[in-house]
Write a protein that binds this ligand. Structure first.
Ligand code: B12
Ligand code: SF4
Ligand code: SF4
Length: 380
């Protein structure tokens, strides 16, 4: 056993990381990124294309890199799920933004590399989520878990509920072994015959096991996508207003999930109590106050209201027609468009035209006007 490496591992774990693993930078994960990009599965996330050469080669990020230190933070908690029937937010969004809470610990982990291994600050770089690093691939390489058919890094200790982060360093550390099994190097190593995640995806976003097409993924559609949500997918989005956990929630490996130490997380449980009406009646100032410090703030007011209109339209709660009508008149165009769709879906073709009469009369935006025609149930 390399005592220096083990002391470093223990010291980093003590900062609050639930997984601390080492991979040899010279053995990158298999390149599934290039075919993914070629097939256009990144939707309009052009930054994925721009950063691809660096994602595929840590040497291009940090010349002389020897080790990828892969870190995981469990965000599993019993409970912590949104209120049934209400707006559904991904579990990770019910904490203060993990980018903000994990970064200071990464900085401290870098200092531990200096103390324990004599590294200089220029000998390492750390990232959580937004860096040019294939975090799941490295996590699988370092044995933190396996790539599930849902494309997630599934941990035998933490299920699907690990945030990942990475430190690239010129320090050489002994690599931890990857999990091995009969399925070889492909996704689904410990999935066996299970296909629950593939079957449960509401929008058919898995063109094949282990591959997500962002153009159909609710997580992309409700978070990254800044424009209109394709009409044929809206009914299938159900109550999801921020991200999607469906292919994570159904995974049987979650039954082994242990509650993490939560040292690097700050829960925002009040977000699980949000109701539809409260969301639809938010003002821009109310949005800023309610979601300050959470990942949801990235959506901005119009993005969240766009998603809330879809969820409300799918809720079958006709009492929501009134706040939706107000949005159809006075909200920004993106929200007006989705509010019109939602009123039509909730009120039905019999009543919707009369209810929307005044809003339509006042409307001049062609994109919003196009929402007054066409099906609202998922068919084109
Ligand atoms: C772009 C992105 C998205 C996109 C595209 C998702 C996708 N499947 O690619 C969208 C917006 C749709 C998305 C959604 C979500 N995301 Co996201 N996303 C990313 C990001 C920034 C890049 C991912 C990427 O490179 N995709 C391209 C594909 C080709 O790469 P990949 O899926 O990582 O696949 C690699 C490995 O699977 C590897 N591989 C495949 N098989 C095998 C087998 C072996 C043996 C090995 C070694 C490797 C290997 O090959 C691929 C690389 O070549 C990462 C952060 C990061 N820097 O990595 C977070 C990240 C993947 N997302 C994360 C999360 C939590 C989510 C959501 C759950 C959020 C939510 N609740 O709404 C969903 C889940 C959707 C899903 N089932 O994948 C976490 C995943 C944590 C985990 N335990 O896996 C990450 C790592 C962020 C983080 N720092 O924690 N995401
Ligand atoms: S996050 Fe939701 S929409 Fe995306 S692949 Fe998983 S189940 Fe499908
Ligand atoms: S739900 Fe089943 S198929 Fe999907 S990742 Fe989990 S074990 Fe694998």
């Amino acid at each position: 056993m390399d005592q220096r490496a083990e002391r470093l591992r223990a010291a980093i774990a003590a900062l609050g990381f639930d997984e601390v693993r080492f991979a040899s930078a010279g053995e990158p994960p298999p390149d599934r990124l290039t075919p993914w990009l070629k097939a256009g599965r990144q939707a309009d996330m052009d930054w994925m294309e721009r950063t691809a050469p660096r994602r595929l080669s840590p040497e291009a990020v940090l010349p002389g890199v020897k080790t990828v230190v892969l870190l995981g933070v469990s965000y599993w908690r019993d409970g912590g799920a949104p209120r049934p029937g209400g707006p559904a937010l991904a579990r990770y969004s019910m904490y203060s933004d993990y980018h903000d809470t994990i970064k200071p610990a990464l900085e401290r982990a870098g200092r531990l590399l200096e103390e324990h291994c004599g590294a200089a600050p220029k000998d390492y770089r750390y990232y959580v989520d937004t860096g040019p690093v294939l975090e799941r691939g490295w996590a699988a390489r370092a044995g933190a878990g396996f790539i599930g058919k849902n494309a997630m890094l599934v941990s035998r200790l933490h299920g699907n509920w690990l945030f990942l982060a990475a430190i690239l360093t010129r320090v050489e550390l002994p690599a931890d072994p990857a999990l091995r099994g009969r399925a070889g190097d492909g996704p689904g190593l410990l999935c066996g015959k299970c296909t629950r995640c593939l079957d449960a995806c509401p929008t058919g976003a898995f063109p094949e096991p282990g591959v997500v097409d962002a153009r159909r993924c609710v997580s992309y559609l409700t978070i990254e996508n800044r424009g209109a949500i394709p009409r044929e997918l809206r009914a299938r989005i159900g109550a999801r207003v921020y991200g999607c956990d469906t292919c994570l929630e159904v995974c049987p490996w979650n039954r082994f999930a242990r509650e993490g130490r939560q040292m690097l997380l700050a829960s925002r449980d009040e977000l699980a109590q949000l109701g539809w009406r409260e969301l639809l009646e938010l003002s821009p100032e109310g949005f800023a106050a309610r979601f300050r410090g959470t990942p949801v703030k990235r959506l901005k007011y119009a993005g969240l209201l766009r998603n809330a209109c879809i969820g409300a339209g799918n809720s079958a709660e006709v009492g929501l027609v009134a706040p939706l009508l107000r949005l159809a008149v006075s909200a920004p165009p993106l929200v007006r468009a989705h509010a019109v769709w939602a009123v039509r879906r909730l009120a039905g073709e019999g009543e919707a035209p009369a209810l929307l009469g005044a809003a339509r009369e006042a409307e001049a935006d062609p994109a919003v006007l196009s929402e007054y025609a066409g099906p609202v149930d998922g068919a084109l």
